[in-house]
Design a protein around this ligand. Structure first.
Ligand SMILES: N[C@@H](CCC(=O)N[C@@H](CS)C(=O)NCC(=O)O)C(=O)O
Length: 208
């Protein structure tokens, strides 16, 4: 399998899950602005939407969209605790958390990257919108659970943590969300996450 990625982008969630499950993979960086991969391929031919992640499952077979890719990877190891079995309420809960990450939380962070010099009223509104989505996670974690769907780490946590971690890059203060801060710290300290950050050059260190 090959992961097309951009360092630190949402494609990091797929890398975390691949590493968490010790699935062998290769990775190729994409310059999404230029529409070119590291080896010079036209990325639009791989994903006409022009964004990462893309998982190449075999020659010419490409899967896009975080929620689909994360489930596909984790379903390769059905006995792992990263995804519950299909058809169970637990799986539906996981898909609920993945949908929230993709269509609510991720989209609330997007304006900060689309308009990096955003300021004034627009930035204030974007912060309020992001806080509304983060508050939902804060509330979910308020019953003492360690992860979104209970006490085991899942693919939804990989995706959610990658997004929440962007707060550091856009100066979004998480101080009023103590549960979220503890949750993020817990995930960032997982060996698979540390290794993934290292592989993308986001932290220094030697291979695990
Ligand atoms: N709906 C897509 C969104 C993916 C996405 O937003 N990718 C961002 C990085 S986090 C990207 O590649 N943006 C570049 C662009 O849109 O040009 C998914 O869930 O996979």
């Amino acid at each position: 399998m090959k992961l097309y990625f951009k360092p630190g982008a949402c494609s990091l969630a797929s890398r975390i899950v691949l590493n968490e499950l010790n699935i062998p993979f290769t990775a190729e960086a994409v310059d999404v602005a230029e529409g070119k991969t590291e080896s010079g391929k036209n990325f639009r031919l791989i994903n006409p939407n022009g964004y990462v992640p893309v998982l190449e499952i075999s020659e010419g077979v490409h899967l896009t969209e975080n929620a689909a890719i994360l489930q596909f990877i984790a379903d390769a190891e059905p006995t792992s605790s990263l995804v519950p079995l299909n058809g169970t309420i637990e799986r539906a809960r996981l898909q609920e958390a993945l949908s929230f990450a993709g269509s609510e939380l991720h989209k609330a962070y997007s304006p900060f990257f689309r308009t990096p010099d955003m300021s004034g009223e627009l930035r204030a509104q974007s912060i309020q919108n992001a806080y509304k989505k983060i508050q939902h996670i804060e509330n979910q974690l308020a019953d003492g659970r360690e992860y979104l769907t209970g006490n085991t780490f899942s693919i939804a946590d990989a995706y959610t943590a990658v997004i929440l971690n962007w707060s550091n890059f856009i100066n979004l203060d998480l101080a009023k969300f103590q549960n979220v801060k503890d949750y993020l710290d817990r995930i960032l300290s997982r060996p698979s996450v540390v290794e993934s950050l290292r592989q993308e050059g986001l932290i220094e260190g030697n291979a695990a």
